[in-house]
Design a protein around this ligand. Structure first.
Ligand SMILES: [Fe+2]
Length: 309
């Protein structure tokens, strides 16, 4: 199947050989993101109405590209969860990531609101649920209300970044493992999270997850990096050395050639591979509402479990 990039050039994505015509009567158009190593925009598609073969093609494209963006879908929560379930069992269904309360008021940024503190924390690069016993496989994320400016979601390709590392760095990190904790990452932004407030999700009192820094993708076999704001305290290293190494890996993995920031339009839906990509949000004028919906796809316990400490 042919794809065109934003400059009009055509390329062939090897995975795609047999797209089925979708119910809208035409083939989806896959447009790889320009200037980076991953991601694609998919148009002429209704993600509510994919038959088995079409979804199999879409899934193969997702594994290949790591991030798919579907403009103008306008899914409701049930439709979003149903689409996410095609990628795997859910860790949790559609949940608001929003600076708007149920009564319509905008949440304060003075540190008193737990949801706002987590939203601010999410502006650091991370992978979802690495602090849980089983990290997430991926997520479906959609935009309902977007601000006039800012509020983008950034993604970074740690598989391409790992492949680009110099051999001495690969050798240094080959057998290293780091701890992952939401308490740790939220403390870095001045938020002492407790399970009594917010949803409490992730602020669990179980064992701290320990994960290898180098991860082998269970479906593609590619190696990538499990790093980001939840990671700290590499086994066998002094705290300062650990922090420096983890920060340097995030810096390498988020160089412009490995990143893409999606500026949302209401109705957009994306699905990303959390075993490969880091992500983050970017600031926006916090007096403006931003309402996003997040459905998290559960990781396979065989390949996404942490080694508990
Ligand atoms: Fe996240």
């Amino acid at each position: 199947m042919l794809h065109s990039d934003r400059n009009g050039a055509s390329s062939e994505v090897p995975f795609l050989v047999s797209w089925q015509a979708c119910p809208m009567g035409s083939l989806p158009v896959i447009t790889p993101l320009a200037g980076t190593t991953f991601g694609a925009t998919v148009t002429q598609i209704d993600v509510r109405a994919l038959d088995r073969d079409s979804f199999a093609d879409l899934y193969a494209t997702w594994l290949d590209r790591g991030l798919l963006i579907f403009p103008g879908q306008f899914l409701d929560n049930a439709e979003q969860d149903k689409f996410a379930q095609r990628f795997g069992m859910l860790e949790f269904g559609a949940s608001p990531l929003s600076n708007v309360r149920r009564d319509g008021s905008v949440r304060p940024t003075d540190g008193s609101d737990d949801m706002m503190q987590v939203l601010i924390g999410n502006m650091g690069w991370h992978q979802d649920s690495t602090y849980m016993p089983v990290q997430a496989k991926g997520a479906v994320f959609s935009a309902e209300i977007v601000p006039d400016t800012g509020g983008a979601t950034g993604f970074a390709d740690t598989a391409a970044a790992y492949a680009g590392l110099e051999q001495p760095i690969k050798d240094r990190i080959a057998d290293l493992r780091a701890r992952h904790s939401l308490y740790h990452s939220q403390a870095q932004v001045g938020h002492a999270g407790t399970s009594a407030q917010y949803s409490g999700y992730g602020f669990h009192d179980g064992p701290v997850s320990i994960r290898p820094i180098v991860k082998r993708h269970p479906e593609t076999g590619r190696r990538s990096l499990t790093i980001g704001r939840h990671a700290y305290d590499i086994e066998g290293l002094e705290a300062a050395e650990s922090a420096e190494l983890l920060a340097s890996l995030v810096e390498l993995a988020t160089e412009p050639m490995y990143t893409y920031h999606h500026q949302w339009t209401a109705g957009d839906v994306v699905v990303w591979d959390n075993r490969r990509l880091l992500h983050r949000s970017t600031p926006w004028p916090f007096d403006q509402p931003r309402v996003m919906w997040h459905t998290r796809v559960a990781g396979d316990p065989v390949t996404e479990s942490a080694d508990a400490a």
